[in-house]
Design a protein around this ligand. Structure first.
Ligand code: DC
Length: 383
């Protein structure tokens, strides 16, 4: 967690850490989405709920008078709560597993910490210290309003009570009869009202937050939308995320035009410059395999239109698909050994440059990877 942030080009303004703050009611899918988003963007993930849970576990163990807000505050405000290298929450350096922080005995007591202004102030200060100077995705109830009110991207991730009730019933344990949908939805409404009425740290839709309703969307679909919002606010995220594994334009396929050639590399190799405006049958969305670049380097820029870059890691086989919108006038570079595909809308023109000595290998995507890719394409290149 204390790794130094890699340096970013663009001077102090662009070097400012990127913070994505995500709030929303319980059951809207925040936890899955925020975790995946942080992994996709290569950012620190801060689960603030886990900190409230950890403080509660400690409080219950401590024997402090939990009915006395001053005693609760005295206990919690003397605690150091953070996360270990494995991402699990720690209370004064002790790792607390999910079986503790999510235990049925813990959950109904969390309000004693969450509704206590002194406890909240203490936890917020620790949350701010954890993300200070870092790119981070912060998940909570007050991330957009209190913890990181100046976050570059604020999201209120919502779902209708009926949708949340459906999701909860879908996970209902076998063996116990599920309640009626309307009953669960009513409970969810009541809990929302309580969360929004809290005197401190109330759940609130910030004026400048993106209000995203996840009804009918897959988790990957929501992540794709959020990546698009994040990259719009900070194009250097793209550069960081893809590190040195980017390309624009599939140069050896139909639709490519070489416009110049030259001896411009430092290592004596040749460069060629070209444009792509791919044929309709290649675009968009029909990619079932990825290309691996062997040898040489490529760089590219989107001149006109819309394109998506699909990354699949740097190992021997394509890993998890991570699609990103390519922004106009932003150059990307791809180094040898990376997996990629560029999917362009009709009429999109990409300019690219590449060194000599590149060969390409094609590898098919499996069913799960193709499904991930479709979720991204529905967002980035709909229709
Ligand atoms: O997100 P979660 O379910 O892990 O949160 C656990 C509890 O902590 C929940 O009752 C709301 C509360 N909480 C809070 O008050 N403020 C936060 N920033 C995060 C969680």
């Amino acid at each position: 967690m204390s790794d130094p942030q890699p340096q970013r080009p663009g001077g102090p303004v662009m070097a400012r850490p990127m913070v994505v703050a995500i709030d929303g009611p319980a059951g809207a899918g925040k936890s899955t989405v925020t975790r995946r988003l942080a992994a996709r963007l290569g950012m620190l993930f801060l689960d603030t709920g886990a900190m409230y849970r950890a403080a509660t576990v400690g409080l219950l163990r401590s024997g402090a008078d939990r009915d006395d807000p001053a005693a609760v505050a005295a206990y919690v405000c003397a605690r150091r709560i953070g996360f270990g290298a494995d991402g699990q929450v720690q209370l004064d350096g002790e790792r607390l597993g999910d079986e503790l922080i999510r235990a049925p005995a813990t959950v109904p007591e969390i309000w004693r910490v969450a509704d206590n202004p002194a406890c909240r102030a203490h936890l917020v200060a620790q949350q701010q210290a954890i993300v200070a100077g870092r790119d981070a995705v912060i998940e909570g109830r007050d991330a957009t309003t209190v913890i990181a009110p100046d976050a570059q991207l604020k999201v209120y991730l919502d779902a209708s009570p009926e949708e949340r009730a459906r999701r909860r019933l879908a996970e209902w344990p076998a063996g116990s009869p599920p309640p009626a949908l309307a009953e669960v939805a009513a409970q969810i409404r009541a809990r929302d009202e309580k969360d929004m009425a809290r005197a401190v740290g109330a759940l609130r839709l910030a004026d400048d937050a993106v209000h995203l309703l996840s009804d009918g969307r897959s988790a990957d679909g929501v992540v794709a939308l959020l990546v698009a919002h994040a990259v719009q606010r900070n194009p250097f995220l793209l550069e960081r995320r893809v590190a040195d594994q980017l390309t624009v334009g599939r140069s050896r396929a139909k639709g490519y035009v070489r416009v110049a050639q030259g001896d411009v590399t430092g290592d004596g190799g040749m460069w060629q410059l070209g444009l792509t405006n791919p044929t309709p049958e290649r675009m968009p969305g029909g990619v079932a395999d990825l290309t691996r670049n062997r040898g040489g380097r490529q760089a590219g820029v989107l001149v006109q239109g819309r394109a998506v870059l699909v990354l699949a890691g740097r190992g021997d086989a394509p890993g998890e698909v991570a699609a990103l919108p390519i922004l106009p006038q932003t150059w990307y570079v791809i180094e040898p050994g990376a997996w990629h595909a560029v999917i362009q809308d009709h009429g999109t023109i990409c300019a690219w440059a590449e060194s000599s000595g590149i060969s390409e290998e094609r590898h098919p995507l499996d069913q799960a990877q193709q499904a991930q890719l479709r979720a991204f394409l529905e967002v980035y290149l709909p229709g």
